[in-house]
Design a protein around this ligand. Structure first.
Ligand SMILES: Nc1nc2c(c(=O)[nH]1)N[C@H]1C(S)=C(S)[C@@H](COP(=O)(O)O)O[C@H]1N2
Ligand SMILES: [Mo]
Length: 428
């Protein structure tokens, strides 16, 4: 490899600056390349006889399986709290750069807690639905288990995700998980909220719904009734098992595509109202001050976003040659329509391949083949969603708001590749 003709023969001419190849080539050609690299090692191992693992029985069964100890570096990333904040208040992030696909293992799902994870006995937990309804009602976990269930894959993202970048004058040198890891994707199973609301009979004048959690933060948020009736779910399962305590056991409100905070965990109460409650959790945070001094409130739908994970900070290049650029894209407004990749800091772009399934309000894996010539490059990814909304540049995002705003940051992430293969976080 390395000779210009060989590369062109395999992949055709690059379709954008700095060696980006057409997305169709990674399917047919990468296998051929990987095969070529693997064959000498394979020949050696056949010659050496049986590996030690074939000579004695393996380990015994586990009642609950754990990841390989060879990969015990794959851990959630604890954001250090500024004293005197208590350890139960804060967040622990998903190490995005170590993961593939689009489903976050439950044990690596990010956790954002405002006053710790409560230990709730499911046999004592109740969900009250009241306010502007015909028949106020209480639902136990057992009673909810008897309703029709649905299973959907959705991302969860904190409105404060990536906020460190929005606020910082200099780009922080940290991993994708450190910077953007208040983001995870799961398969959720539960009861459609509209089923319960139809049963209790919502007053047609009710326009908002208060959702309250049973934790010591008393987390409460106002949610528009249109969302409650549309695709909201009372989630009981996460990736096939009962929802984890840190995600809201025994039940959480799931509002696909809405900012993480509104997805109230340990859900205990829904109150139908004619207007929003303006709770502490929605006035002290999650609003955005605009340049004219007015604040934007209830910015509930998460805008299109993406991040390249391979390569990314600490996931460095291993010498010039063929690479697959890969990362995740998502939008709270619907499906990802396309992800464009640049290797020259935004001058030219090539469209990435999206790995199926491409689901609404879910993480979507994108990939693009790249022949890195070993020279400096700046990688960027830009999502366009099915509503036609496009991820802004860093400067465009900052221009929308007053200084020092840092919620709902969805600007394009740029990674610079040095000639030594090291990846760094840069603003373009
Ligand atoms: N009851 C309750 N619900 C809550 C929170 C909380 O502290 N208490 N945190 C919110 C915030 S800010 C976010 S981003 C999401 C995070 O969900 P996760 O911890 O399952 O990732 O839960 C939301 N729901
Ligand atoms: Mo959040």
């Amino acid at each position: 490899m390395g000779k210009k003709q060989d590369v062109t023969e395999l992949f055709g001419e690059p379709v954008a600056g700095n060696g980006l190849l057409h997305r169709r080539f990674f399917l047919q050609s990468s296998a051929a390349l990987a095969g070529a690299a693997a064959s000498p090692a394979l020949a050696e191992s056949i010659g050496a006889g049986s590996p030690p693992t074939m000579l004695k029985p393996g380990a015994q069964f586990n009642a609950y399986g754990m990841p390989s100890h060879w990969r015990d570096n794959i851990k959630r990333i604890l954001a250090t709290n500024v004293p005197p904040a208590r350890e139960v208040t804060g967040s622990i992030r998903t190490p995005l750069q170590y993961l593939e696909g689009t489903i976050t293992p439950a044990g690596l799902h990010y956790v954002r807690n405002h006053n710790g994870t409560p230990d709730i006995d499911p046999s004592k937990h109740e969900l009250l639905i009241h306010g502007m309804v015909r028949q106020p009602s209480i639902f136990t976990v057992d009673s909810l288990m008897r309703y029709p269930m649905r299973t959907e894959i959705h991302f969860m993202e904190c409105a404060g995700n990536s906020g460190g970048i929005a606020g910082a004058a200099m780009p922080q040198q940290a991993t994708a998980g450190d910077l953007h890891g208040l983001l995870s994707g799961s398969e959720w199973t539960g009861v459609k909220l509209s089923t319960l609301l139809d049963e209790v009979g919502v007053d047609p004048r009710a326009a908002w719904m208060l959702a309250e959690g049973a934790d010591a933060a008393g987390m409460s948020r106002s949610v528009p009734v249109w969302k409650a009736m549309d695709d909201a779910m009372i989630a009981l399962y996460q990736n096939g098992e009962p929802i984890r305590p840190e995600q809201g056991f025994p039940m959480r409100l799931l509002l696909p595509g809405f900012e993480g905070n509104t997805n109230v965990k340990w859900l205990r109460r829904l109150k139908l109202m004619d207007g929003p409650m303006y709770t502490k959790d929605e006035t002290s945070r999650y609003t955005e001050l605009q340049p004219d001094g007015k604040a934007r409130e209830f910015m509930l739908q998460m805008e299109p976003k993406s991040v390249i994970l391979k390569p990314s900070f600490s996931v460095d290049m291993q010498g010039p040659g063929y690479y697959e650029i890969s990362g995740v894209a998502w939008s709270g407004l619907g499906r990802v329509r396309k992800v464009d990749i640049s290797a020259d800091g935004g001058k030219t772009w090539a469209e990435a391949a999206l790995t199926n399934p491409v689901l609404p309000k879910a993480l979507t894996r994108f990939r693009l083949p790249w022949m890195w010539n070993g020279g400096p490059a700046v990688l960027m990814s830009r999502t366009t969603d099915e509503k036609g909304r496009v991820q802004p540049t860093h400067a465009e995002w900052l221009a929308q708001y007053a200084p020092r705003q840092n919620f709902h940051f969805n600007a394009i992430q740029s990674w610079a590749i040095g000639a030594n293969g090291k990846v760094s976080n840069v603003y373009v």
